[in-house]
Design a protein around this ligand. Sequence first.
Ligand SMILES: *Cc1c(COP(=O)(O)O)cnc(C)c1O
Length: 399
Amino acid sequence: MREAMMPVYGPPEVVFERGEGVRLYSSEGKEYLDFIAGISVNCLGHAHPKLVKTLQEQSEKLWHLSNMFRVPEGERLSERYAADTFADRVFFTNSGTEAIECAIKTARKYHYVNGNVDKIRIISFEGSFHGRTLGAVNAGANPNYREGFGPAMEGFTHLPFDDVDAFNAAMGEDVAAVLIEPVQGEGGCREVPEEFLKLIRKKCDEFGALVIYDEVQCGAGRTGKLFAYEWFSDVNPDIIAVAKGVGGGFPLGACLTTEEAAKGMKPGSHGSTYGGNPLAMAVGNAVWDELTSDGFLENVQRVSAVLTQSLSSLVDRYPDLVDGLRGKGLLRGLALKIDPMKIRMKALDKGLLVGTAGGQVVRLAPPLIVNDDDVFQAINVLDTCLAEVQAESQKEGSA
Ligand SMILES: *Cc1c(COP(=O)(O)O)cnc(C)c1O
């Protein structure tokens, strides 16, 4: 019975009962290969034995304390994030949109305590998605996500993607921060060119603005590095927002900042009842153990190459249907010349879960533990789906 659900989603009929690794099982016992992983969330697949054990053990000790008290597992996780990234300070959240809120607030507060009270403008880009809270929909590019929710908030500017002239023209003394996903997720799995990230870093330094990366979707090992910005040199951010993969399926996000950027955030500046709770912190540490274990990311890079090659062959073989390949690592988009929903629903029928994204893209974001055979199986299904669509359109053409 779905009638009591607020109708903001439109899921298909299938009901999944359990998962194991990269596979899901429906209530009717059918097996599915999961190449979307809760939209880039279940980075270690479903029911990973170490995550299950960690959550079970923690659930018998402590669930919740509030931030009135220390949570040693959280202190440990923040130290590990700091040790493995550019960051010095961490604020834990329960979601990506809260991590974005914290990032925007941290940036504005930074300028405020520096005496620059008018330095509030946040620049973001076409195709970006930053979450669904009011602040995040105002930062995000999609006007549909703002429509009907009151007046547009002041202090947000949306620019075309990778447009050097527009960016140079928009930068000014009132800019608090530039907010960008190094690899766009929902916008169509688009990778931002390194040169553009470098330009952003340079201009922000020139104008005393901060660089915020939204790595909610492309972080946590998804591109084959812990965070996507690590692929490039000289583009370190001041702040990043992370979530999705870092919790492996448990609600967890974080805002990571340098010590300098965090300088406005004092006791009372910000908070969250559940952020940093013992359950999330225990799981977060277990996920980090795996992501940083020997050879894990190297394997992601290796499988990514297999996926890239296999997807490229689809691009070559279906020039009438496929426009090109996008994205990075295990966040890939197959840009189509047809409605990607057509492929997504056909794939579902054939036991493969994929997503869609902006710009007519079929989005792939499998668990990071996929192996070569899983990739070949997924590509075979996509191949069959494309062949069917091609045959159907030829039939229509000749009819
Ligand atoms: C999913 C997503 C968010 C929002 O995360 P929630 O956990 O849904 O609040 C923000 N930014 C990006 C890039 C995302 O993909």
